[in-house]
Design a binder for this molecule. Structure first.
Ligand SMILES: Cc1cc2nc3c(=O)[nH]c(=O)nc-3n(C[C@H](O)[C@H](O)[C@H](O)COP(=O)(O)OP(=O)(O)OC[C@H]3O[C@@H](n4cnc5c(N)ncnc54)[C@H](O)[C@@H]3O)c2cc1C
Length: 454
């Protein structure tokens, strides 16, 4: 244990709140999916926290927040631990707080849900479905990720094609945040104020409750269309989006991924490029007609229960960062990048990139929407040849091709997706985490001199 903290006094002040200090337990709860990046793996592997606490209620969270503030112990929050950038790694040790017991769905009304932050997204979406509604979006880690972790660490995902990214107005409606002070306060945020905490990696307040917009549920058809050429597949996906086909997911995956999609066999053969999709049932005929018109054919089309019964993965586990996971399960020599294409999307640019990089990069593209406009992303697999090669590649994709890279090989918010310090988030941190205890090292916007001294 990091000896500079008064652990005995800290534990005593927690009353009966569940704690663990067994090394195996701590090691498992100090990690996330940073190992996708060999660069982060080298930097973060082996770092572990000192004590895991598992609150069962908001009152317990408040007690932990008060105690870490009193004893000035670093605090790292953890939901499902599925982040990709070491977001959950306690760089300075200290307390890890597992929030997954805060899992109550508090209220579902027409068009809205209020839920505790530690609820698993799958449970939340299933609860919404019981009322004939569904979430606007979820990450492909729907099964394991929590809604609080998605808001603090994620950006968008399945559903973003239809509803935009998490940060687009109206998607997240409400957050209740516990401050980290000797006498913690509860702060409620609505409307644009939510941006103060959203995607802040748990550096500026403990989110305990979340309000989200819901939409009418659709029994999406999980399907794939196959094409003889990735350019064709990509043009079909882009054109289906432009035509407004009602889809929840449109993911183009090139044929070289086929050996990694082991469950699909002939449904995703090695000589065809695929578009995995979730399509509204009453749009399926139009989807099929369009695919055929553009030289493709439907490989399969099943409801979610039929997909499960057939032993296949749902389409949402065939896209976003699950493509990387499928590949890494088979071949550890890969890593990846996150690429945003400049509008208007030009499939010829992708074809040039494919020719330029050959077997060094395998491509996969996501049709999405951001700020009300179409936005195409890629999460390509990159054959890892060292850090210098990764940064040469990033520079080339940005300077030559006009793409924007959200670097997944760094731990700070700013070096990754956000690119610059969000001063509103830092101002909020001064209120919600005045001693700078939360997830230290994850924001470049906070410096030691900003911490309150008392
Ligand atoms: C295979 C795979 C696919 C993925 N696909 C997507 C995708 O489609 N879209 C996407 O956006 N992301 C994706 N991700 C990243 C990640 O799964 C999501 O962002 C997920 O929502 C994180 O949720 P979590 O509960 O696991 O968060 P965690 O990993 O536990 O935490 C993420 C961050 O949030 C903080 N945090 C957790 N709970 C709270 C809280 N209550 N209050 C304040 N801060 C908190 C943590 O400290 C950490 O910094 C993917 C990752 C993998 C491995």
């Amino acid at each position: 244990m990091t000896t500079s903290y008064d652990w005995e006094a800290f534990k005593a002040s927690l009353g009966g709140i569940r704690c663990h200090d067994e090394v195996n337990y701590l090691a498992a709860r100090s990690r996330d999916y940073f190992w996708y990046s060999p660069i982060l793996n080298e930097q973060l592997d082996g770092i572990i926290g000192d004590l895991l606490v598992v609150p069962q209620s908001v009152e317990d969270v408040i007690a932990v927040a008060a105690a870490v503030a009193r004893y000035k112990i670093p605090l790292t929050l953890r939901g499902g631990g599925t982040g990709n950038y070491g977001q959950c790694v306690p760089l300075e040790g200290g307390v890890i707080m597992d929030l997954t017991r805060l899992d109550k769905v508090l209220e579902i009304t027409a068009g809205h849900v209020k839920v505790q932050a530690g609820a698993r997204i799958s449970r939340l979406d299933d609860a919404a479905r019981e009322t004939g509604q569904e979430l606007l979006m979820y990450p492909s880690t729907r099964q394991m990720a929590t809604i609080g972790g998605f808001i603090a660490g994620g950006s968008g995902g399945i559903g973003s094609l239809r509803h935009g990214m998490l940060r687009d107005p109206g998607n997240v409606t409400y957050l209740k945040v516990v401050t980290v002070e000797p006498t913690p306060r509860l702060i409620e945020l609505t409307g644009d104020e939510i941006q103060k905490v959203q995607h802040a990696y748990g550096t500026n307040g403990i989110v305990v409750e979340v309000g989200l917009a819901l939409t009418k549920a659709t029994d999406w058809i999980h399907t794939a269309a196959l094409f003889d050429g990735y350019g064709q597949a990509l043009r079909f996906a882009a054109s289906a989006q432009e035509d407004g086909l009602d889809c929840y997911l449109l993911t183009a995956v090139e044929r070289r991924f086929s050996p990694y999609y082991t469950k699909f066999g002939k449904l995703f053969p090695a000589d065809r490029d695929a578009v995995f999709a979730m399509v509204a049932p009453d749009e399926m005929l139009r989807f099929q007609a369009k695919a055929e018109e553009m030289g493709g054919r439907i490989s399969f089309a099943k409801t979610k229960s039929e997909i499960r019964a057939a032993g296949l993965q749902p389409a949402y586990e065939c896209g976003w960062n699950h493509t990387t996971l499928q590949a890494l399960k088979v071949d550890k020599g890969w890593t990846y990048l996150q690429v945003a294409y400049p509008p208007a999307f030009d499939p010829e640019l992708v074809e040039r990139q494919m020719a330029r990089y050959g077997d060094e990069i395998f491509w996969h593209h996501e049709m999405a929407r951001m700020g009300g406009r179409i936005q195409i992303f890629a999460l390509p697999l990159v054959r890892y040849r060292g850090k210098d090669q990764i940064y040469r590649l990033i520079a080339e994709l940005e300077d030559t091709d006009g793409c924007t890279i959200f670097d997944p090989h760094v731990v700070t918010i700013e070096d990754g997706g956000m690119k610059e310090i969000d001063t509103a988030q830092i101002e909020f941190k001064k209120l919600a985490d005045p001693y700078g205890l939360m997830n230290p090292g994850k924001t470049r916007g906070w410096t030691a001199d900003m911490a309150r001294v008392d």
